[in-house]
Design a protein around this ligand. Structure first.
Ligand code: ASP
Length: 601
């Protein structure tokens, strides 16, 4: 249905506010009489003529006022300021100076009537693709920022993606079911946002970190294919790809195995790439978690480029270099064509790995120079023959640079992973317009936390162990693998899920392994274990981060840019001033203590 159908009153066809949008007029519309409404982007005078760019959601159309034709009209038009809301009537005419950068650039409107619908104050920043406003001011006036094309386009993309997801899942019999937003706090997982209860003193609701338990209960109810595009809340430290509230495409299915889930959701991602970006994504490779850590030092490897790890421990051992001798792990990456790195560049990289966020003690290098010589920062300890062995293992060619880190295995692999990403970025290997998707599978079920002195679920406590590993739960819990999987695109975890435990005894055992007493497990998750007694089907699912997916598709650096009203880096909405203090009366009503400091305010 063309939009202008809706722009007219459907019964009378009487012209309403507008007959066309500011984005649709073309040369084919010449001589048509039209009514447009929108915002004044800018105006400029040129001799006896006044040109005004009129903008709405769909584009910009040039309006022309001609003093010779109507002086009074031009006088009114000269009063128009930026962002005034106006309505005009006029005739579509061919432009003398066409603007090839504008979809409507072949035409302009010779205006015969002008009505100001609402004047506007001068906006605090320019509403243009390249705005003069900084981040803070644009966040404070987000509703104005949203008028700008780059931000608006991201929201349009988000809509298209959410719509395509619904289409794909609906065609496959998924049912969208809403689950509650006021739930109860659970101890596992991230920190909860809580909401005090007025009616039940000292009791709190929590906002859901995900609808995990509800979707599993829906499987017990027999809904067999569920999804929901749903807000989730986690009170975690903020990063560029995190928001305290974010949106998941949450899915669950019954009578399926891991293979079914991977197949169906690989289909979803391919469908999105095809319909939204016209990109054909090849079958997603599957990488076991252990390989991801061994080769990339990350469970979300960026596979747009190689530079995989080379282990050198055996080759470096026993030559008198204590740092390597004492290290559990010695690993390297071969950086193509960087043997010419200067002292300064190498120092920069050393600084990079030493930053507290990365925490390496130092960086060792080996240059394979153009003339075939091997030069390293540890020449003292290693002969040319020794170094040649490193170079051979790393498949170095002349002109390449080897960067080596050492230490405890897991930590060093993670550090080397960061260095790999940094080198990838420096060499331009992380192209935003290329997409490399994969599944990471066979995650460990449990993760030991030194500080807490116990195991935590790596994914969540409802994830099922691989059946063949169940016997290890008592003897070697760290070696138990889970039926869990993540989808990774360009080094971003865009989705993750698992096959669930559907047997109440195994679920009980899992809670015991996690250090819950029977009473604690009963109190926190009794309803789930109880539900499992009434015929729970085998089930599993996945959740995708919609914000992350959209920002990947849009090539954004931060998920904030694809959210209409995001929180800033400090978790605040500076436009509505949230979070904010509440009154003493509200605090009393909620049975919350009022601090002395607040009382003095
Ligand atoms: N609820 C999980 C999460 O939010 C996803 C899943 O297992 O389906 O990470």
């Amino acid at each position: 249905m063309p939009l202008n159908y809706y722009l007219c009153s459907q019964n009378t066809q009487k012209i309403m506010y507008r007959t066309k949008t500011c984005g649709e007029l073309r040369i084919e519309n010449l001589n048509e009489k039209v009514v447009l409404a929108g915002w004044v982007q800018k105006s400029r005078k040129f001799g006896g003529m006044l040109f005004v760019d009129l903008r709405d959601r769909y584009g910009i159309t040039q309006l022309v006022f001609n003093r010779e034709i109507n002086a009074a009209l031009q006088d009114s038009a000269e009063q128009l300021g930026r962002e005034w809301v106006i309505q005009v009537q006029g005739v579509v005419t061919e432009r003398e100076n066409k603007n090839p950068n504008l979809a409507t650039g072949d035409v302009e409107i010779i205006v015969s009537e002008l009505q100001v619908l609402n004047p506007a104050e001068t906006p605090p920043f320019t509403i243009e693709d390249e705005s003069d406003g900084g981040d803070d001011i644009r966040m404070k006036y987000r509703y104005l920022d949203l008028r700008r094309n780059p931000v608006k386009r991201n929201l349009e993309l988000r809509h298209q993606m959410a719509f395509a997801v619904r289409q794909y899942l609906n065609e496959r019999h998924f049912l969208e079911v809403e689950t509650p937003v006021l739930v109860s706090s659970t101890p596992e997982g991230a920190r909860d946002f809580v909401v005090p209860s007025r009616l039940h003193q000292g009791h709190f609701y929590a906002l859901p970190q995900s609808p995990q338990l509800f979707k599993q209960l829906l499987m017990v109810s027999g809904f067999d294919r569920y999804f929901q595009i749903v807000k989730c809340f986690r009170d975690e430290d903020l990063r560029a790809d995190r928001q305290p509230e974010f949106t998941q495409i949450d899915c669950e299915m019954s009578f399926i195995e891991q293979e079914d889930v991977l197949h169906l959701f690989e289909g979803l991602i391919k469908y999105l790439f095809k319909t939204i970006k016209n990109i054909d994504i090849p079958a997603l490779p599957r990488m076991p978690y252990s390989d991801a850590m061994r080769l990339y030092g990350s469970d979300k490897p960026d596979t747009r480029f190689g530079m995989t790890f080379v282990e050198l421990k055996d080759l470096t051992q026993g030559k008198g270099f204590g740092v390597f001798d004492n290290a559990e792990y010695v690993g390297a990456i071969c950086v193509k064509g960087c043997a010419g790195y200067t002292r300064k560049q190498l120092d920069e990289l050393t600084e990079f790995v030493r930053r507290p966020q990365i925490g390496a003690a130092g960086l060792i290098y080996l240059r394979y120079e153009q003339d075939g010589a091997l030069k390293s920062s540890v020449d003292k300890f290693y002969s040319q023959d020794d170094l040649q062995k490193w170079a051979d293992r790393a498949e170095m060619k002349s002109g390449d640079l080897l960067l080596v880190l050492c230490g405890s295995t897991e930590k060093t692999q993670k550090q080397l992973g960061e260095l790999r990403l940094e080198m990838g970025a420096r060499l331009g290997l992380r192209d935003k317009n290329r997409f490399s998707c994969l599944w990471v599978v066979d995650f460990p079920l449990l993760e030991y936390d030194e500080e807490a002195g116990r195991f935590f679920a790596k994914h969540h406590p409802f994830t099922s162990p691989k059946p063949e590993d169940i016997p290890l739960l008592d003897s070697r819990p760290a070696d138990v693998r889970a039926n869990a999987y993540d989808m990774v695109i360009n080094g971003v975890e865009v989705g993750g899920g698992s096959i669930r435990i559907h047997n109440s005894d195994l679920q009980k055992k899992m809670f015991t392994t996690l250090g819950f007493t029977a009473e604690q497990a009963q109190a926190q998750f009794g309803f789930l274990m109880n539900a499992f007694k009434y015929g729970a089907p085998p089930h599993g699912g996945i959740a995708f981060g919609l914000d992350r997916l959209v920002s990947l598709f849009a090539g954004l650096d931060s998920i904030r840019d694809c959210i209409a009203f995001p929180k800033n880096n400090a978790g605040k909405d500076v436009m509505i001033d949230a979070p904010s203090p509440i009154s003493k009366e509200q605090m009393d009503e909620l049975h919350l203590a009022f601090s002395a400091e607040q009382q003095n305010q």
